[in-house]
Design a protein around this ligand. Structure first.
Ligand SMILES: *Cc1c(COP(=O)(O)O)cnc(C)c1O
Length: 299
């Protein structure tokens, strides 16, 4: 569908960082599948792109903030698919200089900046910026059942998936987590680490997206570091340390919190010591451009 996405590049890397042999952690490197449509965003978009192409739709409209992984991925995917794209941007002062938004615009996305208050009211937004004829609307972050369907394909990339007792991934909207739950084997415990402060609204939504209401998962809300996109020095230090030891770059919003959480849980004895943990590297490295240069040793 989009020839530059190479899902075969998502290798499974043994992560030599955690205490407690024989416990083992392997990471599925979705960050490697494409330089722009990185990580889980490709999986959450692919259903939408195929809907658009299958019914000769002309464009997509979606939403995002200054460093949105989703927005830049959607802009690029639309360009590759030969359709138009429009982004409704949560506008704050100076936002137009964000490298993420400049990049999305460079891929041909039409940018509409709206103030924060207005952005929070989806009905008013739709009235003010109605969907052009023959376009489709993709929810913010690629959230929802179409995204869940695509995200279920993530586990197809894991050779010998059965070897794992646990699957852990980062949680924003919970769309990826729901897809993973739907595709996991019954013996696998699926755990999400939330990047947002705890509200169990997310768990309820994830439940509504499950193919079988009996499927079990849990979401931990202890590793958000103050909230969405908050990244105190402790987290930055962890990212540098993790990179030094493993060679794996993480992003400040999701994957760093995931790996920090897994590390903490292991030291607390949360996992049995014969556990085999699959951690999903869901990409998002472009968002690290919001940091001042020099903070990360791998930027
Ligand atoms: C968007 C994103 C997530 C969150 O995915 P959800 O499906 O919204 O839970 C996790 N990791 C990265 C790197 C992301 O860009």
């Amino acid at each position: 569908m989009i020839s530059t996405v190479h899902t075969e590049k998502a290798d499974l890397t043994r992560v030599q960082f955690f205490p407690g042999q024989p416990l083992e952690v392997k990471m599925l490197r979705l960050d490697k599948i494409h330089p722009v449509i990185s990580g889980n965003k490709w999986f959450k978009l692919k259903e939408w792109i195929s809907i658009a192409l299958g019914s000769s739709k002309k464009g997509i409209q979606t939403f995002g903030g200054a460093y949105s992984n989703h927005l830049v991925a959607a802009a690029f995917a639309a360009k590759e698919a030969g359709i138009k794209s429009r982004g409704i941007i949560r506008g704050e002062k100076g936002i137009k200089e964000s490298p993420t938004l400049l990049e999305a615009e460079g891929y041909g996305m039409e940018m509409i900046y709206v103030p924060r208050v207005e952005y929070r009211d989806p009905a008013a937004l739709m009235q003010r910026y109605p969907l052009p004829d023959g376009w489709i609307l993709i929810p913010e972050g690629g959230k929802g059942i179409q995204g869940v369907k695509g995200a279920a394909e993530i586990l197809d990339l894991v050779p010998d998936l059965h070897q794992f007792s646990h699957i852990c991934c980062a949680v924003g909207t919970g769309t990826m987590l729901a897809g993973i739950c739907n595709a996991a084997a019954p013996h696998q415990q699926v755990t999400g680490i939330s990047s947002l402060k705890g509200t169990d609204v997310i768990s309820l939504e994830v439940k509504s997206w499950l193919s079988d209401p009996e499927l079990v998962f849990n979401i931990l809300f202890d590793y958000h570091f103050g909230g969405y996109a908050k990244h105190p020095a402790e987290l930055i230090n962890f990212m540098n340390q993790f990179y030094l030891q493993t060679g794996i770059p993480t992003d400040i919003v999701y994957t760093s919190k995931l790996m920090f959480g897994i590390h903490h849980l292991i030291t607390m004895g949360y996992f049995r010591n014969d556990s085999k943990i699959l951690a999903i590297h869901s990409g998002g490295l472009q968002g690290n451009r919001s940091l001042l240069p020099g903070k990360l040793i791998f930027l």
